[in-house]
Ligand binder design. Structure first.
Ligand SMILES: *Cc1c(COP(=O)(O)O)cnc(C)c1O
Length: 410
């Protein structure tokens, strides 16, 4: 990767007409370390969040030694980056052939499920392979309720009584039994974790099964931007949130169990930006060369306001008096011809923004590269390395969503 000091340097020297990703390896290492330091259990990075080889490699170098995986491609990606790392196969619904590959090919010994038929599938392979069930931990995924940008219990999770039965069945067969939940993604409220822990405690007590571990899933929120017109409470810092979850674990008497967490978003979000170009300004609309079918689908479905910085094109016009520029909301239209390809939240940018300018959109490391499509023939795939963290860069043009920094400093 070519290296630049800042996003602005990147835009002004490459003058890219296609989106360019700015990878910040040091930010990635810092955010990984922050989680590892805050969490007293085992940290299993959720590979689906961003499974690029250069990301997984950097995480392994930063000390991440376990991965949450869900498919053969993810087993292979995690193995390629960190052959000695432990893998947790936490997809509750699995193909029989994938279970076989996990157990045989990748020596995975921890799997999640929420139904007895999955126990049967796993048992079939364990028997065929002549493995000892006591070497395999089966995590029962319990359903949870709460507030997240994404709710996942609509899809997965056993109701408490069902979870009790599953634990007892797993225990009778001789597997090690664990409990897991995943409360959703971008979960800003501690109460959601509290309710999940209460449920885990109830299931544990009712089952009478000796548990081997408690896996609290992912969902920890990353720092994004704020719409100046819709001020909300600041997003909790990960260290504080993890500390409070751990006190809850203690309060429920679950602290005797080995703990696992599966953070994704909170570790990778800040490590990547994308520099896009304004192809056309039409009134309060900006047509850009990226969109929901490329790097920005997560912000669309999750209705997130991303931090963004204007980089005016000096070749096109005299630099406007920046002090005179006011922040204004712009509706952002994506690159494809699809009429749904319009971002769900406006970008707040200096009102001097114009055709030909660049916008660096920050904190898009999670659920961006993995969700790119080739729809309409657009597929951004150019990367550079940038030294300065997005939220530390001097921006004479200001942030679209300045609050990102203010909150982070509090
Ligand atoms: C997606 C996922 C994660 C990661 O979620 P984040 O919100 O990115 O932290 C963790 N565990 C499971 C089971 C998941 O499906």
């Amino acid at each position: 990767m070519q290296k630049f000091e800042t996003g602005r340097d990147t835009a002004l020297s490459l003058r890219p007409d296609r989106p360019v990703y700015g990878f910040r390896p040091d930010v990635l290492a810092t955010d990984a370390r922050a989680f590892l330091d805050a969490f007293r259990g085992e940290t299993a990075y959720a590979v689906k969040t961003n499974g690029e080889p250069f990301v997984l490699k950097r995480l392994a170098e930063a000390g991440v030694s376990a991965f949450d995986v869900a498919s053969p491609a993810e087993f292979a990606a995690a193995f390629a980056a960190a052959p000695a790392a432990k893998q947790f196969y936490m997809h509750p619904v699995k193909a029989q052939s994938d279970i076989r590959l996990a157990l045989e090919g990748f020596s995975i010994r921890a799997l999640a499920l929420d139904h007895e038929d999955e126990v049967a599938k796993i048992l079939r392979i364990v028997r065929a392979q002549d493995l000892a069930p006591s070497d395999v931990t089966l995590f029962v995924r319990i359903a949870t309720k709460g507030h997240a940008a994404y709710e996942l219990s609509k899809k997965f999770g056993a109701a408490p009584k069902h979870a009790v039965e599953l634990l007892q069945r797993i225990d009778r067969i001789g597997f090690r039994a664990g409990v897991t939940f995943h409360v959703g993604s971008q979960v800003e409220d501690l109460g959601t974790y509290e309710r999940a822990l209460a449920s885990a405690d109830w299931v544990r007590g009712r089952s009478g099964v000796e548990l081997a571990a408690l896996d609290i899933g992912g969902g920890f929120p990353a720092q994004y931007g704020h719409d100046p017109k819709r001020p909300g409470p600041p997003t909790p810092q990960v260290g504080d949130l993890v500390a409070r979850i751990q006190s809850e674990i203690d309060a429920w008497g679950l602290d005797d169990l080995p703990l696992i967490a599966e953070p994704g978003r909170v570790i990778v979000a800040r490590s990547l930006s994308v520099i896009v170009r304004v192809l056309l300004k039409k009134g309060q609309r900006l047509y850009i060369n990226d969109g929901i079918w490329s790097s920005l689908s997560d912000s669309w479905t999750g209705k997130m306001t991303l931090p963004a910085r204007l980089i005016p094109d000096p070749a096109r016009r005299r630099a406007p008096k920046t002090s005179a520029a006011k922040l204004a909301p712009f509706r952002v239209m994506g690159a494809t011809c699809d009429s749904v390809d319009i971002l769900s939240r406006p970008f707040w940018l200096p009102d001097t923004v114009d055709t030909g300018d660049w916008i660096e959109i920050g904190h898009i490391g999670a659920y961006s590269l993995a969700l790119r499509t080739r729809f309409n023939g657009f597929y951004p795939d150019d990367f550079v390395e940038v030294a300065t963290p997005f939220d530390m860069e001097e921006g004479e043009e200001g942030f679209a969503s300045i609050e990102t920094m203010g909150d982070a400093a509090e």
